[in-house]
Design a protein around this ligand. Structure first.
Ligand code: IFM
Length: 459
């Protein structure tokens, strides 16, 4: 087991590092569908994930989010766990179909009341709520009329943002519009790994553009409705690498880079699409759209785990295929490459390109794990991963990146999309049969790390 003392020495292992700013945010992240459960309770409408999970072969082990971590009922206990970690921020998402069962029209009071209780509980525990409006659980009723391929989706999203701002904006000030838009559009509208599991290029480009319009519209709504709002958007950013050093694979990696790292961040913060996407987007672009998308935001959220790889694939309409990292690279227990320098460079590149304060809104390591005979979870590899990535962030800050916060993914083990419950990312282990929570060694390590940094922080 890692003792608090060992964690402190992990901080002190980097004596050349300057102390972090005193208001540095240390947090944990989750998302609605991955933890809430209560899929059919208190008036929640169906989301696109409810049905997708029930299609044979989509999710490992046939898992669904029906119960997940039962956070809907156990949120008080989960807030107490956050308190014991010593985090000062919690990033969660609102389930759109819980508050608007058909995506628009009449709001569901019971759903809104749940988020009232959650936010009040966080504030009582001195934990700042960071609310993300969209972490992939689109109401099924909106999917039935085209989902993100329907240009009206931007208006639906603004109306939803207005509802949330009006209800929670007196207490919540930190808002993100979307989580990882390039993941849910690429995986949902091209690769078929996420709902709606379509694969035509016109829909893919339409979804990208409409999500960008929805982002811009929601930024305006939040700005108008919430006094003192601090607004951002959350992008997964990772170096895109060719799996082989051939010109064809290099070209494939450049296309993936544009889609993965730039298709949303560039229009939202620079006001332009990457050149390789312009042809496809032009079909959906109308006068004034770029002004509607590129609205001033206060911060950039970056989710980062490992580099990604591409290879040339003539048969793919996109011109590339997703590839596994080359053999021999260091990997996490679930096979994702471990490369903290890639994280440092990502933070520095994003700082140079977008010039906004950065919050690392997700970083963490997955594993297939279970408690030992004494009931403990000794996740030494996760501690090593977090330690090296936090140090890489610290190095980026020393070089000049304006990074102001860091959130571990995730507070709890949870529903890991296509992998179901097999892959665990939590600091807290969840026994899904009993819903018992067990703090892993990494939870104690993270808590001690936060305390050690607080002692060192500059006033
Ligand atoms: O679980 C996901 C999360 O929903 C989005 N970012 C990556 C995490 C780990 O795969």
């Amino acid at each position: 087991m890692v003792s608090p003392q060992a964690a402190v020495s992990a901080v002190q292992r980097f004596p050349s590092r300057k102390p972090l700013r005193h208001d540095f945010v240390w947090g944990v992240s989750t998302s609605s569908y991955q933890i809430e459960g209560a899929e059919r309770l208190d008036g929640r409408g169906p989301s696109i994930w409810d049905g997708f999970c029930r299609q044979p072969g989509r999710i490992a082990n046939g898992d669904t989010g029906e119960l997940a971590c039962d956070h809907y009922h156990r949120y008080r206990d989960d807030i107490a766990l956050m308190q014991s970690l010593g985090v000062n921020a919690y990033r969660f998402s609102v389930a759109w179909p819980r508050v608007l069962p058909t995506g628009r029209g009449a709001a569901n009071e019971a759903g809104l009341a749940f988020y009232d209780r959650l936010v009040d509980g966080l504030l009582e525990a001195s934990i700042e709520p960071w609310l993300c409006l969209y972490h992939w659980d689109l109401p099924q009723a909106l999917q039935d009329i085209g989902g993100w391929t329907n240009r009206d989706s931007a208006g639906w999203f603004s109306d939803y943002a207005r509802l949330i701002a009006g209800r929670l904006g007196d207490r919540v000030k930190r808002f993100a519009t979307f989580n990882e838009p390039s993941v849910f559009t690429l995986f949902g509208y091209s690769f078929g790994w996420h709902p709606p599991a379509t694969d035509d290029l016109v829909s893919f480009h339409a979804a990208i553009h409409h999500v960008n319009l929805a982002h811009g519209g929601a930024v305006d709504v939040l700005r108008e409705q919430v006094d003192g709002a601090s607004i951002g958007s959350i992008h997964n950013m990772q170096p895109s690498r060719p799996v082989h050093p051939t010109p064809a694979d290099q070209k494939a990696a450049a296309i993936l880079d544009d889609i993965w790292n730039r298709a949303f961040a560039d229009p939202q913060m620079i006001g332009d699409y990457p050149a390789s996407l312009r042809g496809g987007i032009d079909l959906h672009l109308r006068d004034g759209d770029m002004q509607r998308i590129c609205r001033p935001v206060d911060w950039l959220g970056i989710n980062h785990y490992s580099p990604i790889y591409a290879k040339a694939e003539g048969a793919s309409p996109l011109g590339f295929a997703w590839a596994d990292a080359p053999a021999g690279v260091p990997r996490s227990p679930i096979g994702w490459q471990v490369d903290p320098k890639a994280f440092r460079d990502t933070l520095l590149d994003a700082h140079d390109r977008y010039g906004l304060p950065i919050y690392v809104t997700e970083n963490g390591a997955g594993a297939v794990e279970k408690p030992d005979a004494a009931g403990e979870v000794h996740d030494a590899q996760r501690i090593e991963y977090l330690s090296s990535y936090i140090d890489a962030m610290h190095e980026a800050i020393e070089i000049g990146a304006d990074v102001r916060g860091y959130f571990v993914w995730s507070l709890l083990d949870n529903f890991e999309w296509g992998a179901g419950y097999a892959n665990r990312f939590g600091l807290i282990y969840v026994d899904y049969a009993t819903q018992r929570r067990i703090a892993k060694a990494s939870a104690r390590w993270y808590s001690a790390m936060i305390k050690a940094h607080a002692r060192q922080a500059t006033p």
